[in-house]
Design a protein around this ligand. Sequence first.
Ligand code: PFF
Length: 445
Amino acid sequence: MNNARFSRIGFILAAAGSAVGLGNIWKFPYITGENGGGAFVLIYLMTIVFIGLSLFLAEVVIGRLSREDSVTAFETLAPKNGKLWKYSGWMVVNGVIILSFYLVVIGWIFKYIYISATTLPQNVENSSAAFGGMVTTDITNQLILFTIAFIITALIVSKGIKKGIEKANIILMPMLIVILIALLYYSTTLDGFSKAIEFLFVPDFSKVHSSSILAAVGHAFFTLSLGMGTIMTYSASLPKKTNLVRASAIVALLDTIIALIAGVVIFAIIFNFGAEPAQGPGLVFISLPAILHDMGFIGNIIGVAFFVALAFAGITSAVSILEPTVMAVINRFNTSRMKALIVLGLITYILGAMALLSNIEGIKEYVTFFGTGTFDILDFLSASILLPLGGMLVAIFVGFIIKKEVIYMLLKPYMNDTVFKIWYFSIRFITPLGVMIVMINKVFF
Ligand code: PFF
């Protein structure tokens, strides 16, 4: 069996495993809460179709045409100036940055599995103090849990595409889906359920601002794992004769459905107890645990199930954040998977530890640069600059550099001419423009 190639279902699960992550279950509900619900959801769905899915397919095209790591892909597919274009492929380095703080958050999730299984905080004040206390004072536990998240991710990547990544996704993704469906079923029994549905699906445009559109575009990127070579790298290992368009649509659809299910579950619980939806990042780590406490023993069970699902989603994404860089380093430096992993792992680990320490009282001064802690610097640098930049390069490369006929021949079996024309227009003009606007706004305003 070839360890370098996914099976067809393996690819879909792995790409979905990459897309479905903390972005769906932690971030989507809280940004929806902050942006007023239904109208934001509608805008988000449109950005997924017109920007997210277009770009997703563009990454699949690059990966499938080249069958190489991202750096080599840009170098060999560019008809001229390949030596220059290869630097775009180094967008994969962004993975090291994202992974470092992503693993810190997965560490928090591990802690919340334990908290849910033992003692949930009694009210929102206690919950807020507990979360704040963990992040700003508890070095030992955070470091241990971050290290465990790091080791699990590195172990899976060390086993390669089929035996590591595909296998982990084939086990974890179905479990994640089963847990979420069980939670969804439970949420239908709550009085808050109908209010949650109304909040998420009945648009009220008076509640959205221009910043909501920016948030939607930014999130479409992050949630579909775009702009850092993940989908490109996974697509290089696609089995022949995969229907590229259908596979991309399935992944985007799964990602969206799971975000919506997470939203319904969380808001049904939040509304059931009359809490406010606009809680910011603390929604899952502060409000939810306090409410679960009020539900008694069933709250403990729901809490464990929820945070286990979140951990699974996080791990399958973390793996996909690391793999593209590992693949590029293996090929470009002609080295072994193990050696690439050790070097990249070490950098990730140090950055992650710095991010973690930058939230700790009394230490943060030492890991603060230009007045901002390492955690926030890494988050801003990756989400606001590097991911959009990567996405824009992909759009320009597919829209203007690779010959149109080559792309048309690849996609022709899977889409009709009208759809191709719409997609090609979108990747040349709508996507780069949308991304540019987001980037300029995030950086300058
Ligand atoms: N899509 C993941 C999420 O929603 O949590 C995060 C992510 C994975 C971002 C892989 C970027 C990436 F390349």
